[in-house]
Design a protein around this ligand. Structure first.
Ligand code: ADP
Ligand code: ZN
Length: 769
């Protein structure tokens, strides 16, 4: 027998190897193997088995990794689709579907010595007093790790060995699973009685799930959205679905009880004998989130392990969590982006919470979008997909109006809590008074003072870290810029350094203007970051307990937990931070949220700038008033009448959606097209620009038959120079991407670029920088 293997090397082809007799029966499609390549040993994945090969003199496979096939055929199929759709080599796509810890198997299972009580008949042999005490412990527990027993009984291994000599216990190596949540104490929860909106949503999801197990019942399943149009022009890039799949968009305001709907839908999947994958953005993957899922399924007849996959786990923990899923012991997986590849089988349900989040897009190759991969996987495996959000993406909402997804809405908070009152503060007014721009308007200052008096909590938000965003000389106009990137350096006061937020370059703060001809000692800082806000807060409210939370302040992952714990416990009055604090946190005593500069994200050269601002404001505002007291939100802005700000103020998603959709249609941006961004980069700007022109002509030629093709550029990227590389971009827009992806892949292969210029293709990009 012969195995076809995709190697973990950028070779874009597969190799045939012999399956040696001693490994026969152990190798299947999806097995991870080690094979010889020239003088090297490399890892790869078996993608097919064959009787014969076109090549003579095949070398044998050296070794199989893992006792089970690691890539299931279904996940393998998904990886193929990713390679094709996102224009990347198959080995790159394959690599992303297994966590490193599993792929390389460096971690393996942890073995530990266990002490086990042996059955004995007759009388207990004579034991010393210490030995007897130890024996009572082990007799009661039956079995426990040796180390634990030593600690518990305050004894030594030698003493316990004596019990072994007497034939009372056996000591042996056993696998001991690493459980990253072992120390959390979890109280089981029961399903809550649902309110009408929740019940309706759940019923539709359940009906769709049932439609798949019983084809006759399929007629009941929701198929089309309310304004579905004939022809369904929005259906794009889908292979023929294995079974009919359903995708739901659960549009529910923060606090509307989406999570409870997820939990009950998962319970239904388990009742059907299937599993579920829950994706949450990395930042919302807090212990509380995980606990809500574990608590529901920790006991009762639906009991199952809940595996957690995310980057904060140790290599060993990740290995163990993954294998619990592969062995079918954990049927629920909760994790960030890459958990979409978890080997849950059979898969009944995929939930993508906060589906609009940009972190679902992987920013390096393979540049996949986990939400879109989820939809594809659901279609391939006949699993129901539920996308949840308080601020759905334009694409997903549009798919509902086109009948591709089914819209479920929950527009009120559980227990009828009111949405917070949002007040817009026009910062231009303060500018007109001739002073410098204030950080705190009098209104916001007054509101904070009230909260401190009433012992309620405040969250302040500014999406920019550091102290000042630039250092400028008022005489000669010199601005301290990064030597590697086309961006100004940010002043970090605590470290007394200038720092680049793109490449991390740092330099000391100059005492005088560095311009030789100027040497002005009065250089000025301008722009505002969280550090400066913190300093001002401390001056204005010296008695308040203020904590800043951004990636500068948090050096270790425990800091995040600790600060949130302190905030929850009421040990902090004001929490100040970047987008890190915008998401999914629930603090009942927070009654005030202040957004320092709401329009920071608005004036970016990106067609999604408005959408992002609207989402961010809505999410941040959702942090206020989640307890019994009504919340208040202050939004300080220089462009207070911008639609993104006004619609967010009125909590009006559909209003925002309608007007934004008009703009997108007019300019043929998504959801009215699919985008691919081609970025050329190199150290020599002229060469890069030249190659870009050349590439454009190639694109025009090879894509001339594509429907509604728009090619924009080449143009310098919004951030022209990053980490010493110049970047030029071509933006391609088209009706259907699948055919275009194929041509792009061909073009990339045939393209003869100079050695020092490289090309990256990003299909459905979320970051245009
Ligand atoms: P979302 O995920 O939409 O932000 P959550 O699911 O976190 O909302 O729900 C907000 C709060 O309301 C939670 O404390 C949750 O336990 C509670 N809750 C949800 N559904 C119900 C219900 N049907 N009855 C009572 N409380 C509920
Ligand atoms: Zn830089």
């Amino acid at each position: 027998m012969i195995a076809r293997v995709t190697l973990e090397l950028a070779l874009r082809r597969e190799f045939d190897y012999l399956i040696p007799p001693e490994l026969s029966g152990q190798i299947d499609v999806g097995s991870r193997v080690q094979v010889p390549l020239g003088a090297r040993k490399v890892l790869g994945c078996v993608t097919a088995l064959a009787e014969e090969s076109a090549h003579a003199r095949l070398k044998p496979i050296l070794k199989v990794i893992g006792a089970q096939t690691l890539v299931t055929p279904k996940v393998l199929r998904l990886a193929r689709w990713i390679g094709e759709y996102y224009c990347c080599a198959p080995e790159v796509a394959l690599k992303s579907v297994l966590p490193d810890a599993v792929r390389q198997e460096q971690a393996g299972w942890r073995e530990q010595l266990y002490v086990r009580a042996l059955p004995f008949s007759g009388e207990l042999p004579k034991l010393a007093k210490r030995q007897k005490e130890i024996w009572h412990i082990i007799e009661e527990r039956r079995e426990m790790p040796l180390q634990e027993l030593i600690e518990l009984a305050e004894t030594t291994a030698a003493t316990i060995r004596r019990l072994e000599d007497k034939g009372l216990v056996a000591i042996s190596q056993q696998i001991s699973e690493r459980d990253p949540y072992a120390r959390e104490h979890i109280l089981p929860t029961q399903p809550l009685p649902l309110n009408p909106a929740q019940a309706k949503g759940l019923a539709e999801i359940v009906a769709a799930m049932d439609g798949k197990t019983n084809p006759k019942a399929e007629i009941r399943g929701p198929k089309q959205g309310r304004d579905s149009k004939a022809g369904d022009g929005a259906r794009q890039d889908s292979p023929a679905p294995a079974e009919r799949a359903s995708v739901f968009l659960l549009h529910g305001v923060t606090g509307s009880g989406k999570t409870e709907v997820y939990l009950q839908a998962i319970a239904h999947a388990l009742e059907q004998g299937k599993g579920a994958i829950v994706l949450v953005p990395e930042i919302s993957l807090t212990p509380q989130t995980v606990e809500r899922f574990k608590a529901r399924f920790s006991s009762g007849k639906l009991q199952t392990l809940v595996a957690v996959l995310h980057s904060h786990l140790s290599t060993g923990e990740r290995h163990d969590e993954w294998h619990k899923i592969r062995q079918g012991r954990a049927r629920i997986v909760i994790g960030a982006r890459s958990a979409i590849f978890a080997p849950v089988d059979p898969l009944g349900l995929i939930i993508v919470d906060e589906e609009h989040e940009h972190t679902y897009k992987q920013e390096e190759s393979p540049r996949y979008h986990a939400r879109d991969v989820a939809i594809m996987r659901g279609q391939m495996e006949g699993a129901t997909v539920v996308l949840g959000s308080a601020t759905p993406s334009m694409e997903s909402f549009y798919n509902c109006t086109r009948g591709k997804f089914k819209l479920l809405q929950m527009l009120e908070r559980v227990d009828d809590q009111k949405m917070p009152v949002v007040r817009i503060v026009d910062l231009r007014q303060s500018l007109r008074h001739g002073k410098t721009v204030p950080i705190f308007s009098p209104q916001l200052k007054e509101a904070i003072t009230q909260r401190l008096e009433r012992r309620e909590q405040t969250i302040l938000f500014l999406n920019r870290r550091g102290y000042s965003t630039s250092l400028q000389c008022p005489l000669c106009g010199y601005v301290a810029g990064c030597p590697n990137c086309s961006i100004s350096l940010t002043y970090h006061r605590q470290e007394q350094k200038l720092r680049c937020h793109i490449c991390g370059h740092t330099e000391p703060v100059p005492g005088v203007c560095p311009n030789e001809k100027c040497r002005n000692p009065q250089i000025r800082y301008s722009g505002l970051g969280t550090q400066k806000v913190e300093e001002t807060l401390n001056k204005l409210f010296p008695e308040a307990r203020t904590v800043r939370m951004d990636s500068d302040a948090l050096k270790r992952k425990e800091d995040y937990r600790r600060i949130l714990g302190d905030f929850r416990a009421g040990k902090i009055d004001i929490l100040l931070g970047t987008q890190m604090i915008a998401k999914g946190l629930h603090f009942p005593n927070v009654t005030l949220v202040g957004i320092i500069y709401a329009d920071l994200a608005l004036h970016q050269p990106d067609f999604r700038a408005s959408e992002r601002t609207f989402q961010l404001l809505t999410q941040v505002a959702g942090r206020a008033g989640r307890g019994d007291i009504e919340g208040e939100v202050f939004v300080q802005a220089f462009t207070p009448f911008h639609p993104a700000i006004q619609f967010a103020r009125r909590h009006d998603f559909t209003g925002f959606y309608d007007q934004e959709l008009e703009f997108r249609e007019h300019l043929k941006y998504p959801p009215f097209s699919r985008v691919a961004l081609l970025t050329l980069k190199g150290r020599n700007e002229e060469k890069v620009a030249f190659c870009a022109e050349h590439l454009k002509r190639d694109l025009e030629a090879s894509l001339k038959d594509s429907k509604d093709l728009i090619l924009a550029g080449p143009a310098p990227a919004p951030l022209l120079r990053a980490e010493t590389f110049y970047r030029y971009q071509i933006m391609l827009r088209v009706q259907r991407m699948s055919g275009v992806s194929k041509k792009l892949a061909q073009l990339m292969e045939s393209l003869a670029l100079p050695e020092d210029v490289s090309l990256a293709v990003d299909v459905d990009p979320v970051d245009l920088g």
